[in-house]
Design a protein around this ligand. Sequence first.
Ligand code: ADP
Length: 862
Amino acid sequence: MTTPMLSQYHQIKREHPDKILMFRLGDFYEMFYDDAVIAARELDIVLTSRPTGNDTRIPMAGVPYHAVDTYLSKLLDKGYRIALCDQVEDARQAKGLVKRAVTRVVTPGTVIDSALLDDKRNNYIGCVVESEGSIGIALADASTGEFFAGEIHGKNSRETAIEELSRYAPSECLIPRSHEGRDFHLLLARNVATITPWEEWAYDTEAAYKSLCEHFKVNSLRGFDLEELKLGTKAAGALLTYLSKTQMTELQHITSIRRLHFGTGLIIDSSTRRNLELLKRASDGSTKGSLIWVLDVTQTSMGSRLLKKWLLNPLTDPDRINERLDAVEVLSCDPVMRGELRECLRQTYDIERIVGKLSYGTANARDLLCLATSLSLLPRIKQTVLKARAPLLVQLATSMPDTQQLAALILAAITDDPPATVTDGGIIRDGFHQEIDALRSASESGKDWIAQLEVSERERTQIRSLRVGYNKVFGYYIEVTKPNLHLVPPDYIRRQTLANAERFVTEKLKEYEEKVLGAESRLCELEYEVFCKLREEVCSHIPKFQAVAMAVAELDVLSTFAEIAVKYNYKRPEVDRSDVIEIRGGRHPVVERLLGEGEYVPNDTFMNSSDSRLLLITGPNMAGKSTYCRQVALITLMAQTGSFVPADAARIGVVDRIFTRVGAHDDLSMGQSTFMVEMTELSNILRNATDKSLIVLDEIGRGTSTYDGLAIAWAVTEYILDSIGAKTLFATHYRELVSIEDTHEGVRNHSVAIEKRGDELIFLRKMVKGPADGSYGIDVARLAGLPPSVVDRAFGILEVLERADRGKPERRPKRCQMTQLTFLQVQEHPIIEELRSINVMNITPVEAINILYDLQQKARRK
Ligand code: ADP
């Protein structure tokens, strides 16, 4: 690398210090210094070095330019921001060093190239600003043009902000530079996305307001319901500036901004989303085995994206839910209507993302054709849906603006199979533009003449092997092999000598060549011009396409719910403001699909806010407790999304939040132990649940000693019952807890039926009233294949422990006297230390009894 080029590199790099700079040199994008080191590590490419001209070498790594997208996507996945620097003048015309400039900036939240995006997922970018305990949030999807903003106030505003943001799973989140390094920054980085600190000035109240007004060409933001949202506006304005700086366009597809009202729908926090495996499986992150895997039979990418949004943002207003349910019912009862609608949807392209490309000026003729094909299906969709006796369907059909003229214009202008490039011609249909037709026929007649030339010249010269050909450098030529050169007529002009042939032209051939080539290049230019004009015309209708896209996506999701309901025999839930959750013959939508036909055992649920608000479910591992709890949560969530549910019948009184605390998973990467994670989640539940919430607790207190765990589980249960009153499903292996039913109103003991035939344990998967009659832990261990000697030994130890336990006085704590709990006192007793030091696995039953006897004596003496 020469020094001038290096200084050019440094100059450009200075403007993009926080990005990996990919610097185009020949056929490669090269990276230097730290960028090279990072790229080599992250992309698994070779790290080389390059001399700088003064005896030193600098690290360098490169990727071929034609494969750059693959590398970009890897870097984006890892959260890097990249600036691509290209030559911006023709090397042949450059005086001295070729001018280079950054032509594209890609960051995780601003990618728009289809090659780098998953079409079934929105790619959101968030922007956050915090001031005096309040938080402004803005979110946008640069590929579709969605844009919204809102504010969060009051206590726990940070937690709420993180929950709300993570519903949209943004891939990048902006914060003001002044927030850098603060706790909030770290919280966001840990829980939300890659953080990009952004210019302070962009968050300035006036600057932000102004940039929004300028973008939307309005005098005030009142029309967007944002007027009094100071922080929301700051965040939105800053986000818009960031997008226009990185995208380097006018962002025409961001036609509006919606106000987000946080906390209005059914709130599902991030651990619940993970525990209920809504979008992916908790264990390996795969879609298979998640709720979306069962439900997503959408026909369009727009529908697929909306379905995810709906599942993460279920409703709480029974009227709106029933509107959706009415629509699903009509579609599920009418297979012809559903079939016709879904067939039309199947042929509909991703209008939302085409609109994005239109706005970025990257839409090609194929995109326009896809748009037109989709738009021309609308009359059929409208006609089908308008017949439906469901107000929502009719409303969606009528909300679609008429775009038929535009569709017709595009179809008349663009050829049936246009190329992906827009500058090489072949785009505009015959008969659409006079001059194009004329040029095309001139070029074609010239080509015909040239095609004829071979025949006529062979005849004239009597050279049978004479050939007329074309190459890019010399244009058209007549080729004569060496042995025939003596037959070449005098009007042939020599152009090129090859090993065994010579190439000639004639005056006439040159004339026709000019005619053909001239016509062709003019044709390409003109086609491009006409295409751009058409594209501009189409661009001016972007808001209409967006309205169409929204309606199409919603119709797609509603018809998907109907399709699934019929396919898997789901039933319409009754959704109201009552205080019950009543499910007959409920099934877990995912486990049911993973098992063979008819293998899933349906179960009933009855909960209300008075005498049956906490179901305490006991039973051995593998009995089906977790599945049952999640099934209730999923059915409630699906009902509030507007979907039919896997049950024979269900009545769901809407809940305001669903909380789950399921299983034990370590969050070691974030420095938290299993127990800490568990307790953090639990405290979140206890602080935020209301009497309208649904709580699923699947084993709590396992990460600590038995007594600690039991004490926590006990206290939590009492607190939920006495102070919160939320509907709760609590699956636990602490059988001691079942006695809470005797001391507290509202608790119902349930268990999963087990049958023991001889040594064999049979899981009946049926939920029955009353507590489990044993814990069967060792039986399950036997099922899992533990060696028989270990199993026998375990049974022996169990017997001893149980016998000793029976000798103990009352273990049940008195109600509301948690400070006097016997086992809490025991825990502070020195005997606990002794107990801890005993290695139970290494002593015989007799030794155990002796130790116990000793301990008891000591305890009595104390
Ligand atoms: P637990 O929480 O009691 O340990 P799980 O809920 O994890 O048990 O269930 C264990 C397995 O039992 C599940 O993976 C599933 O395959 C099966 N299962 C659970 N419930 C049912 C049911 N109602 N019908 C059929 N199989 C079930």
